[in-house]
Ligand binder design. Sequence first.
Ligand code: 5AD
Ligand code: SF4
Length: 437
Amino acid sequence: MKSFHIITFGCQMNEHDSERMSGILQSQGLVPAATVDDAEMVILNTCSIREKAEQKFYSELGRLAHLKGRDGKRITIAVAGCIAQQEGKKLLSRTPSVDLVIGPSDIARLSDMVAQQKDGGRPVVETGGDPEYHHKPVPVARTDGLKAWVSIMYGCDNFCTYCVVPYLRGRERSRLPRDIVAEIQGLADRGYREITFLGQNVNSYGKGLESACSFPALLRLAQEVDGIERIRFVTSHPRDLSEGLISAIRDLPKVCESIHLPVQSGSDRVLASMNRRYTSDEYRDKVQRLRNVVPSVSLTTDIIVGFPGEGDEDFAMTLQILQDVQFDTIFAFKYSKRPNTRALDLPKHVPEKVKEERLEQVFSLQKDITLLKNRRHVGTLQEVLVEGESRKGGTLTGRTRGNMAVNFAGTRHLKGSLVKVRITAAGPNSLSGELCE
Ligand code: 5AD
Ligand code: SF4
């Protein structure tokens, strides 16, 4: 086998896992293929956060299975990620064309598995999870050159009642600060300018480490790495948003004033039933505290509509919190039943049609808020990290510290530098401006 192609579903964690699998395979001499048709092995890196993500995977798998064997084509099909972990061996009986099943915490074994499968020809399944995975060095094939994801922890201990992640990604494990800093240093040496720390709940980073290191302390270590200009992080649990983190965002110049803080619902009853362990007022207070200390902070969130038992009044409170907090952007989803989760057994599941109507209302309210917030940037001077030419061509594109996309005229050699841009117009998804310098 010489070439491979990876199709990634789901979150940044998965995107980053795909970079790792690519790194491992390339270090074994395999080459990435641009399309499925050019590849001898196809990896589907899957997501199971909602039913829709699962369906997308199964239809892609069906397409691949159909391709396999046609015109004598011999492709190896590997399934990785969260569905691999969830289904394990069952995937083989469901779809006999699957050759490899590999869980997220077994990635370090990928090259052995490929070798084993090649020799025996029999399918190989590895979903047991390596307890030392978070300390293992794994080569990462990044392609961006400027911005990089850096995992700081794996798993999640929160057990929100709707969420499948703790069952699939296991308990929280933190990487060692020195491993993380060495990785960032290596990135800086290769010209990377921005890092995004990844974890299901970055604010509780450091739990269980032998020598204590909190998340703000890790940010301070990253701040010291020359060459790195910007530091971001996802995701933060509101309950764990500490004063220490708020001060770190204020005090550390490289840490961007931008935070993703999923609220999920505006109703205390629903929040309790979700096991979120904060009330809507506690959430509002945290946001107020954050905005008092870091006035320019940009704030995004996740919303679930139609959680079991969510009545009209509960939903009205979700609209209210969107109105009160005025998020810059939101991600909103219809509640989706997930295997093994506690919410499955809750009474009063909400009909699909009601969920759809509620989702529409959320989007329509937020659309106006987002546009209004974007327009407030007009006339301001923003620091922008230039990412290169815009997709449509003709202009440069980059991001503000608040993570808003900005298009402006300029020459290509500015790629990778921090420039000042005066914002002249705002649309629903991006800003435009003029270079000042
Ligand atoms: N149904 C709908 N949305 C979900 N999320 C997580 N689990 C579910 C589910 N079962 C959403 C949450 C989370 C985001 C990553 O996905 O809003 O913050
Ligand atoms: Fe990421 Fe969760 Fe989807 Fe797994 S289930 S890929 S952790 S969003």
